[in-house]
Design a protein around this ligand. Sequence first.
Ligand SMILES: [Zn+2]
Length: 427
Amino acid sequence: MLTMVNPIFFFCGEGQTMKNLKINAKRIEQQITKLAEFGKTPEGGVHRVAYSEEDVQAREYITTLMKATGLAVQIDAAGNILGRLEGSENSLPPIMFGSHIDTVPHGGKYDGAVGVLSAIECVRVLMENKIQTRHPLEVIVFTDEEGGLVGSRAMNGTLSSEALKEKSHSGKTVREGIWVLGGDPDNLDSVKRQKGDIRAFLEIHIEQGRILEMKDIDIGVVEGIVGIAWWDVTIKGYANHAGTTPMNMRQDALMAAAQLILAVNRIVTGVEGSQVGTVGRINAEPGAPNVIPGKVVMSLELRDLSADKIQSLYKKIEEEAAIISQKTGTEITFDPIDAMAIPAPTDPAIRRHIADSVEELGLTAHFMPSGAGHDAQDMAKIAPTGMIFIPSVGGVSHSPEEFSRMSDIVNGANVLLKTILKIDQQR
Ligand SMILES: [Zn+2]
């Protein structure tokens, strides 16, 4: 069904105009610099935690920018900022794209900001060229990404009332924070979208790792956001005098832990793929130089795009733990921690659109998982989702030293623009 449309607009797909569409590098650079003023730190980074005064001011700046671009702006009940541009066929579900502008404490200028400003720039370029897409377009700035994906969880219906009670870095609870942003935490149901409500969700983000830089690749086509599984591992031995207990008569829990940590690394690196496994926290008791450690509690974390792979690695680690336990006279138990994230694969057709766009722009692409969490993982549960990574210099992120080159940001934004148009044109 074709509805009435402003006659000055070209329909998407008409003529040569489309092929020559390009992001305005100067404009996007100025906006990144301007946005970094809100919460600027002496170290050259940005401290703009969700719900803070800086966050509120930055959101005002973004809202003004969106309106100047021609977007109709609304704040939803979760505090998400939504800027909408009507399409020529408004019965179609919207193509949504964006990211977040809150940062971790003492973070950088690029995490999230690149995604939001690229999204607005894409709309600006379409408007300047008088191109109207078939689908409505929605630019989104998600609420409190760094504090726990608040805006995107509200959208897929998994933001619990417990999560609203949590204290954020701003000192306010999430509930109080949502009020401050102009949302209504008592009306979160209105934010929920069902499968089919959104044609596609797209997000550009800095990689936050070094893979693209090391491989000298322009664009990462994200295959999905990895699942995360955590356990507390408890090792019980026997605490005894370090001077009087002979070496062959010990039940040293820390010795067992050391072997298990090495085994985790061996098992995780022993199979093909980009899975990762980490023991990041360890505590030995009683923790005295002259006492054999009687108890160790340590963490185990596994991440991969496949839940089956995580399970099979975990099984191997458990089997190895049984052997270590027997050798060392200790008892090893694994307790799953309720912080699991299930893997969120991106949409294969959208991945293809992104890769084709990269090729048409004469750039290089690499298919890769995202090891970090993003709003895209929540959106993938309700909409076909695609994610575009650009290189992070030195792989540094969540730090004032976080840096991405302007040329890479512009490449990413151009890929986003082409991808939006490809999705729009697909019948
Ligand atoms: Zn981010």
